[in-house]
Write a protein of this length. Structure first.
Length: 465
C-alpha cells in the first residue's frame, strides 16, 4: 500500500475512533466503521500524490541569491540579485515519466523561473532587475515558463521531444564544464549585461540610446542572446537526441520559421583524466526572431534574418590532483542581421573565447571545493544600434578569480568571486549608411573610445531540492 494511503487510513482511523466514541455515548448502536472505506477514498482524493498510478511526478529545482558589489569607476553600490534568468537562476521544475515497454518510455518537463531581481536586468539606476526572460516572452514576471515539452524515448533509438525547450545548440559549449563552478563563472555576462559604460567619467548615452556593457558582447543569430550564448533562449522546437555510444552523443533540432541546430558531445575518462567536449552549430533565417526588426531588407529579398553561430567547448581534469582547465570558443556568420545600414554593410563576424583553470578537491568535511581563475574576450560583437551609429570595431575583456564551497549535507553551494571588465570601441560616423546622430547618438567620440573599467564582487549561495 502507498505511503499516502497509509496516512489516509491513519487519519480515517482517528476519525472513526472519535465517531465510535460519540456513537457509544449516544447509544446509537450499529457498525462504527461501516464508512471507513468511503472516508479513506475521500481523504486520498484530497491528498497530494507523487504522480498518478502510471506516470511519476518529480519536483526539483534550486534557489540562488547573491550579494553583488560593483564599482564602475565613478559610482559604487551593493545589490542583492538572482544569478540570472534562463537556466542558472531560481526555478522549479515538474518532470514525469512512464514506462511503455522495457525499451521505451514517455515523459514530460515543465520548468518555471521564479525571479524578480534578475542580475541581467540591473544597472546603476536599477537595483530590481525583474525577470529578463519573462520580458523576452512578453510577460512581466516574476514567473516565466522556461520549458514545457513531452518526449518519447527509446534506449536503442534515442529521444524525440516536442515543445518549448532548448535547441540542439543551446548551452552546448558551456555544459562540458565539470569544475563545479559553472553557475558562478562562465562566458555569459550575467552580472554586467545591463550596466551603462562610461568614458571619461560620463555615461555613454545620447539621443539614440544608452551604451551598456552587453552591447559589445552581443550575438545576432537569435536576436536576444548574450556574449557567446548565441542560442540561449528556449523556443518551440522539435528535437532529437541519439543514445550515447562509447561516450559520444548527438542532437538535432528545428524550430519555427526557420531555426535549425545540430550538436555533438563526448564525455569519458582515460589515463587518469576526465574529458568532456561539445560542438554545436545554429542557423536562423526567422523573420520574427525576438529583438530582430529585420530593417535590412535590401540584403535579402524577404527581409528575414540570416545569421549563424559555431561554438565549441572542452573540459579536462586530472583526477588524482583535481587540476582542471576549461575552454570555449564561438564565431558568428552574419549574412543578414537586424541592422538598418543596408545591403553589403552587415555586422562583422564576431568572435569570443573563454578559459578557466584551477583546482578542485575535498579538503574539509563540508564537501568539495573549487578554486579558479578565468579570462574571456569578445571581439567585434557590437549591437545593431552601435553598428548603425558607426562603431566599426569593439573589444571586451574579462578576468577574475573565485572559490566555490559545496555543502553536501544541504545540497548547497556557497561562493565568493571577483571579476574585472574593460573594453574599447572604434567609431566613425562617416561610414556609408550610418544612421541617426552617429557616434554622438550614444555619447561616443570619433575614433577610439576607452571605457572606464568595471569591477564587481559576488557572494552568494545556491540550494537545490
Amino acid at each position: 500500500m502507498k505511503k499516502n494511503s497509509l496516512y489516509a487510513l491513519a487519519a480515517a482511523g482517528l476519525l472513526a475512533g472519535f465517531g465510535a466514541q460519540g456513537a457509544m455515548a449516544a447509544d446509537l448502536g450499529g457498525d462504527c466503521c461501516a464508512d471507513l472505506e468511503e472516508r479513506v477514498a475521500e481523504l486520498e482524493a484530497t491528498t497530494a500524490r507523487k504522480g498518478n498510478r502510471k506516470v511519476s511526478l518529480t519536483l526539483s529545482g534550486f534557489v540562488a541569491q547573491q550579494v553583488l558589489a560593483w564599482d564602475d569607476g565613478e559610482e559604487s553600490n551593493v545589490y542583492v540579485t538572482d544569478t540570472g534568468s534562463v537556466s542558472i537562476g531560481t526555478h522549479f521544475a515538474f518532470s514525469g515519466q512512464a514506462q511503455i515497454t522495457p525499451d521505451t518510455s514517455a515523459g514530460f518537463m515543465i520548468k518555471i523561473e521564479a525571479i524578480n531581481n534578475d542580475s541581467l536586468g540591473v544597472n546603476q539606476d536599477t537595483d530590481e532587475g525583474g525577470n529578463v526572460f519573462a520580458a523576452v516572452q512578453g510577460g512581466s514576471g516574476p514567473l516565466a515558463l522556461e520549458s514545457a515539452y513531452w518526449y518519447l524515448k527509446s534506449n536503442t533509438l534515442g529521444r524525440l521531444s516536442i515543445g518549448q525547450q532548448s535547441s540542439a545548440a543551446d548551452n552546448q559549449a558551456i555544459l562540458p564544464d565539470g569544475s563545479g563552478s559553472l553557475v558562478q563563472a562562465n562566458y555569459v555576462l550575467y552580472d554586467v549585461q545591463g550596466f551603462v559604460t562610461r568614458s571619461g567619467g560620463a555615461y555613454n548615452t545620447g539621443v539614440d540610446g544608452t551604451f551598456s556593457w552587453g552591447a559589445i558582447a552581443n550575438c545576432h543569430p537569435v536576436g536576444v542572446a548574450v556574449a557567446a550564448d548565441c542560442d540561449g533562449y528556449p523556443s518551440n522546437v522539435v528535437r532529437y537526441d541519439t543514445p550515447t555510444f562509447a561516450g559520444f552523443s548527438a542532437s538535432a533540432s528545428w524550430g519555427e520559421d526557420d531555426v535549425w541546430a545540430v550538436s555533438g558531445r563526448y564525455a569519458g575518462e582515460m589515463a587518469g583524466f576526465k574529458l568532456a567536449a561539445a560542438v554545436a552549430y545554429v542557423q536562423n533565417t526567422d523573420e520574427g526572431s525576438p529583438g530582430a526588426t529585420n530593417a535590412n531588407a535590401g540584403a535579402l529579398a524577404n527581409g528575414g534574418l540570416d545569421a549563424a553561430h559555431l561554438q565549441t567547448g572542452a573540459y579536462l581534469e586530472h583526477v588524482q590532483t583535481g587540476l582542471f582547465v576549461y575552454g570555449a570558443y564561438g564565431v558568428e556568420d552574419n549574412e543578414v542581421t537586424a541592422s538598418s545600414r543596408g545591403a553589403g554593410r552587415l555586422n562583422p563576424d564576431g568572435e569570443n573565447w573563454y578559459i578557466k583553470a584551477g583546482i578542485k578537491g575535498k579538503w574539509n568535511s563540508l564537501g568539495g571545493t573549487t578554486i579558479y581563475g578565468e579570462y574571456g574576450n569578445n571581439d567585434d560583437k557590437m549591437s545593431n544600434g552601435l553598428f548603425d551609429a558607426g562603431v566599426s570595431a569593439s573589444e571586451l575583456e574579462q578576468y577574475g578569480v573565485g572559490i566555490v564551497q559545496n555543502i553536501d549535507a544541504a545540497a548547497m553551494q556557497m561562493w565568493i568571486s571577483w571579476r574585472h571588465y574593460e573594453g574599447d570601441v572604434t567609431c566613425d560616423s562617416n561610414l556609408d549608411g550610418v544612421t541617426g546622430a552617429g557616434c554622438a547618438g550614444f555619447g561616443l567620440a570619433e575614433g577610439n573610445n576607452d571605457l572606464e573599467e568595471f569591477d564587481l564582487v559576488k557572494f552568494g549561495a545556491l540550494i537545490a531540492f
